[in-house]
Each structure stands twice: as C-alpha cells, then as structure tokens.
Design a protein around this ligand. Structure first.
Ligand code: DGY
Length: 332
C-alpha cells in the first residue's frame, strides 16, 4: 500500500442482529455485512461467510467446529465472538489455522449474577407456582398453609465455578444471608475468601452432599461436560435446589429431570439447557422448576457493552495488535 493511501476496511460478517448503536458504529469502521433476518446461519452460510470475511462476529448459536474451520478458506483471520462463552468454537483448530479468537468477558457478569440470584430466590420461594395460581383465577385469598416454600436466609449455597460471575453471585447471596461455599479449579486467595466468608471445597462430591442450593457458574469445557453427572446429582440432598445460568452441558439433563420428577431433588432453576433450545419435555411438566430462555445476560446495557468489546477487539486487530480479549486453547 502506498504511503497516504487509505487502508482497506476490514470485511466483517456479523451472524445475528445486534443493537442498532453497535451496528451503526460497526458500519462507520468496517465494511460490514449484517444478518437482517436474525435467523441462525446454516453451516453452509457460515462457511460462505468465513470465506468472504476477514473477521467473523458469531454468537453462541453458531457452531464453529473443525469441519466449518477446515472449509473456511484462508481469508478469515479473526473470530470476534459476541459473547463470553466460547464452547461453540474449536479453539485448537482455529489456532492451527492461524485464526485469532476473542470474546466479551466482564460486561455480562453483573446481569448474569442478578439472574442467578433471581432463580435462587424464585425456586425455593415458589414464585412461578404462585403466579400460576393467580393466573388460573383459582386464588381464594391468603391462607396460612398456602404457597409455602423454604427460607433462603441461613441456607448453604454451593457455587461451582468461582470466577467473575461466581463471585458476583456470592456477593449478592451474602446479602441475602446465605452461607457461601464454593468449588473451583483453583482455590481463591484468602482475602477474597474472607470477603465472602466463603468455604472452599476441594472435593465437589463432598460439597454437593452438604449444600441446600447449588449454583453452576463454571464454563462448559471438556472437563466440565456432565460435571453434574447422574452419580453426582444423587449425592445432593433431596431437599436441595439446583440453579444453572452457565451452560446446560455441565448437567446431565435427563438425570436431573428424572430426579426432579421422582422427588429426589427439591427443585431447579435453569436458564440454559443441554441441547440449546430443545428442552427435555419432562422438565416442562414439573412445577418445582423455573425454566428461562437463556436470558441471564439479556439486558440492553450488556448487549451494547458486548458490542463495544467486539468493536475494540476488531479495531485493535485491524491496527496490528492482539485483541485485548483474545482467547487461547489453554483457557479451556
Ligand atoms: C455468553 O455470552 O456466553 C452468554 O451465555 C450469553 O448470555
């Protein structure tokens, strides 16, 4: 390129509809193609997009596995994921093909922790069941024995995955009088444990057996797939509740559904499911569950900040530097 000649704008393909403010800024900076239909792309569309683009901006609804990456051609150099989780991207194959991957950590922490807390409250306090009674038109007024749930204060909360989101959950839960326990790959520094009054359990099995409420806040990786297997779920107390706002694959959903319907667990609050939007039909029939359509981080503020992170990652890459939120296979 001759000196003074304007640099060619990067071709960026975005796979889903993003907030207008984000799309407008992208249009100013890049040669960008949006997905106006907002339908998740098929595998063929994804491959075609990657052949055509310097940068792909996918979301968790795009599976970018080895077969997609190996037919994607040579052009694409950055996958700037719109989202914190990256279990839908084969990082190792991307690395082998010289494709950088970035994500959007941090900006959805508080919103996801709020939703986790909402489920921690909603299931033992039977909020969904109460709403149903009212909606059915059958409510006859207050009665001492109606709608009885269980107290939150004083109960033991076991957090699986004490990263950013796990700690944000702990902060909230502490304010509700819950005792904080956690299991994590690495034990936290003593000053962080002290801040939450948190008890570390090296053994997940031992923690599960003693908790009243368990919250899943770890990423889905090969090591955490079915971390809550049928065997581990059986270790939980029959009076315990399980909440998951992380990834469905961490729990054996069939085993969970079975245990909930047999009364072997008291209830569950699930924002994520093992097979995406395909939910085990048994779960939908139960009244001791609260099921949400993966909306833990669904605030307009978080979506805009996620978009800003994507833009910074692409812009930094375009300027010849490593994107600040680069994800590496070693992070799995
Ligand atoms: C993410 O960014 O991975 C979240 O799950 C989206 O809600």
């Amino acid at each position: 390129m001759a000196a003074g000649e304007p640099r060619q704008r990067l071709k960026v393909v975005v796979t889903r509809k993003l907030p207008d403010a984000v799309e407008d800024r992208m249009k100013e900076l890049f040669d960008v193609q949006f997905n106006l239909s907002d339908q998740p792309m098929t595998k063929e569309q994804l491959v075609a997009a990657m052949r055509d683009a310097d940068v792909l901006v996918p979301t968790l609804t795009d599976t970018i596995d080895q077969s997609v990456l190996s037919t994607a051609g040579e052009k694409v150099k950055l996958i700037a994921n719109f989202g914190a989780g990256f279990d839908h991207i084969d990082l190792e194959t991307a690395r082998q093909r010289g494709i950088l991957v970035s994500n959007t950590p941090g900006v959805l922490t508080e919103d996801t922790a709020d939703m986790t807390m909402a489920l921690i409250l909603a299931v033992p306090r039977r909020i969904a069941a109460g709403m149903k009674v009212l909606e059915s038109g059958e409510w006859q007024g207050w009665s001492p024995m109606a709608q009885l749930g269980h107290r939150i204060t004083g109960k033991r909360l076991g957090i699986i995955g004490m990263g950013r989101i796990g700690q944000a959950v702990a902060r909230r839960a502490q304010a509700f009088g819950l005792q904080i326990h956690y299991h994590n790959r690495k034990r936290l520094r003593p000053e962080i444990e002290d801040k939450f009054g948190a008890t570390y359990w090296e053994s997940l099995d031992q923690m599960l057996a003693r908790m009243d409420i368990v919250s899943v806040n770890c990423p889905h990786t090969p090591a955490t797939y079915h971390l809550l297997s049928a065997r581990r779920l059986k270790l939980m107390k029959p009076t315990a509740y399980l909440v998951n706002t992380a990834r469905g694959e961490v729990i054996d959903e069939n085993a969970l559904a079975r245990m909930l319907s047999n009364g072997e667990l008291a209830g569950a609050g699930l924002d994520v499911f093992e097979h995406g939007s395909v939910i085990n039909p048994k779960l939908k029939e139960l009244d001791n569950v609260v099921l949400l359509p993966h909306m833990g981080s669904a605030t307009i503020e978080s979506r805009i900040e996620m978009g800003e992170k994507v833009i910074i990652n692409i812009k930094t890459f375009a300027d010849g530097h490593t994107p600040p939120d680069r994800v590496l296979p070693s992070m799995l």
